[in-house]
Design a binder for this molecule. Structure first.
Ligand code: IPM
Ligand code: MG
Length: 353
């Protein structure tokens, strides 16, 4: 078992430390090796994805990532900004399947901005394609037209094989859950997603036990806040998935709770919290490490097929919440506010291994 640990920027290092404590507790300290990414990579070698980091990730079974980004790098050329490091490692490892669960913990129902009855017991999984679409499509750039005016260009494109492989992952995920899959597109306007719809529909023949529906992305955005429990698994492209997964995460009250997995064809994966680097609270020991710790649980489940370790972590997190311990982002009257470090310790104490 070889795990590359990339703390990154902002709150990344402090939340990663908590997940590393869990790895230590399992007696797996030997499995990890650290690398720099994002702003930290830039500081180390003027590159948001240093070659040594990419090589480390390529040589590992799994990657655990904190978060990247800090305002202080906003003025750098795009290629050197922290986010580029993230996009390049996704592409470099061929992590085309991004799983973003949005799960409501019973103790946090009142942290959601939606009514309790709309979100209680919510459990949805967004399967986002991660290495194609307008994020990577060529041509792209800003060019000057003949009349001297500049124009920005990005290209939405998907090939059949790219759609086919993400559809496969989504149908398999749906099969293991409530057997309901909703494919989100904009087939009424965009040819790229007309093809998307065709390929996903074709794939459904292989999965007769899964009920496939299609929804336009604008409607999906509306339905997610109107009645999110109508969804089980959602599959969509890179840009729509980026937007809808942020929206879905907030239904659960705090983005600080949600893990994610990005997988390649062989279940090698990169695991990271769904939230960002929150530079405004970095170094203050107030960040919520739960999303990162749950990302580790996903790593044991998907890459290492160690269901027991995964469950133990999830159970410990649930127990901490039951015991009324909260970081600042999920604090409410009658619970006890603790810091990032203490939250890590509290989870470890409750790990049944
Ligand atoms: C995400 C983030 C990234 C994305 C950014 C940081 C490049 O928003 O993981 O959702 O757009 O994919
Ligand atoms: Mg995003």
């Amino acid at each position: 078992m070889k795990i590359a640990v990339l703390p990154g920027d902002g709150i990344g290092p402090e939340i990663i430390n908590q997940a590393v404590k869990v790895i230590d507790k399992f007696g797996l300290s030997q499995s990890i090796e650290y690398g720099a990414i994002g702003g930290a990579g830039y500081e180390e070698s003027k590159d948001p994805l240093p070659e040594t980091t990419l090589n480390l990730a390529l040589a590992s079974d799994a990657v655990l990532l904190g978060s990247v980004g800090d305002w202080k790098y906003d003025k750098l050329p795009r290629e050197l900004r922290p986010e580029r490091g993230l996009l390049r490692i996704r592409q470099g490892l061929n992590l085309f399947a991004n799983l973003r669960p949005a799960v409501m913990f019973p103790e946090l129902v009142h942290a959601s901005s939606l009514k309790a009855e709309v979100v209680s017991n919510l459990d949805i999984m967004i399967v986002r394609e991660l290495t194609g679409d307008i994020y990577f499509g060529e041509p792209r750039g800003i060019q000057t037209k003949e009349n001297g005016e500049r124009e920005g260009i990005n290209t939405m494109r998907y090939s059949e094989s790219e759609i086919d492989r993400i559809a496969e992952i989504a149908f398999q995920a749906a099969q293991k859950r409530s057997k309901k899959l909703c494919s989100v597109d904009k087939a009424n306007v965009l040819e790229t997603t007309e093809l998307w719809r065709e390929i996903v529909t074709h794939k459904s023949e292989k999965y007769p036990d899964v009920t496939l529906t299609h929804m336009y992305v604008d409607n999906a955005a509306m339905q997610l806040v109107r009645d999110p429990k109508q969804f089980d698994v959602i599959v969509t492209g890179n840009i729509f998935g980026d937007i809808l997964s942020d929206q879905a995460s907030m239904l659960t009250g705090s983005i600080g709770m949600l893990p994610s997995a990005s997988l390649d064809q062989n279940n090698k994966g990169m695991y990271e919290p769904s939230h960002g680097s929150a530079p405004d609270i970095a170094g203050q020991d107030v960040a919520n490490p739960i999303a990162t710790i749950l990302s580790l649980a996903m790593m044991f489940k998907y890459t290492f097929a160690e269901e027991k370790k995964s469950q133990a972590i999830e159970n410990a997190v649930r127990q901490v919440l039951k015991d009324g311990l909260r970081t600042k982002d999920i604090f409410s009257e009658g619970t006890k506010m603790i810091g990032c470090n203490e939250m890590g310790d509290a989870i470890i104490e409750r790990l049944d291994i």
